[in-house]
Ligand binder design. Sequence first.
Ligand SMILES: Nc1ncnc2c1ncn2[C@@H]1O[C@H](COP(=O)(O)OP(=O)(O)OP(=O)(O)O)[C@@H](O)[C@H]1O
Length: 249
Amino acid sequence: MDANLSIRGLKKHFGDKKVLDGLDLDVREASVTTVIGKSGIGKSVLLKCIAHLLEPDGGTIELNGKPISKAHRPGQDGSLFFSYMFQNNALFDSLSAFDNIALPLRESTGLSNKAIRERVDRMLEQVELTEASDRYPGELSGGMKKRVALARALITNPQVVLFDEPTTGLDPERKYTVFEMIADYRERFGFTALLVSHDIPEVFGISDQVAWLDEGVIKFYGPPNELDDEAESALAGFLNKANHGKSIR
Ligand SMILES: Nc1ncnc2c1ncn2[C@@H]1O[C@H](COP(=O)(O)OP(=O)(O)OP(=O)(O)O)[C@@H](O)[C@H]1O
């Protein structure tokens, strides 16, 4: 498999608790892979280890055959290999939509103000937020905030985008819109997407692969329609709780 993200033997322990316990996962280039699993099982920890926000206790994470520590350095054109869309967007309330989107370019690249302005203006156009450029998060609808968060995640032209529960707190209709947006932007921008989501089965509609995390390892990996009986019955136990029995449409 032509994986561009390759994880081997990943370990992350907190005290005696082995959250990730020798986890292997390959994520194919330009695919959408969704990590599912019980609440508190380690899905966010996995994403944070990949994004370098947590230091793993063991194992390797490689992007295109190179350790991710090297992959995290920005290129001269301001491109970054990874970006991370946090649960609940994590927008800065004191910054306008424009400045929220510009932030990763200002913080981690040496691009001129002019180059940043051009790039952010183009992105605002692509996510249909030009009119909202000067507005603050408190003045935006829930869906618009998600679009700002997505635009901020994509502004550095990342090869891999990590989405941690991108639909948390949205009503069923908006959840559907966000999933459509992720699928649509992936087509347009060509990134590899790794998602964490509780919205099962809705998220399967945009997922090429599903990775079921349990007991510190990936217990099933494959297309959603091939989820095996063991995974299905384990999932059945927590799905209703996670979704409160709601479906997206
Ligand atoms: N910085 C930390 N220090 C100590 N324990 C942590 C830390 N971060 C996460 N944990 C623990 O690791 C375990 C996995 O947490 P994680 O947030 O990855 O779960 P999750 O699968 O994403 O859950 P949810 O679906 O509810 O968001 C939890 O028991 C959590 O308490």
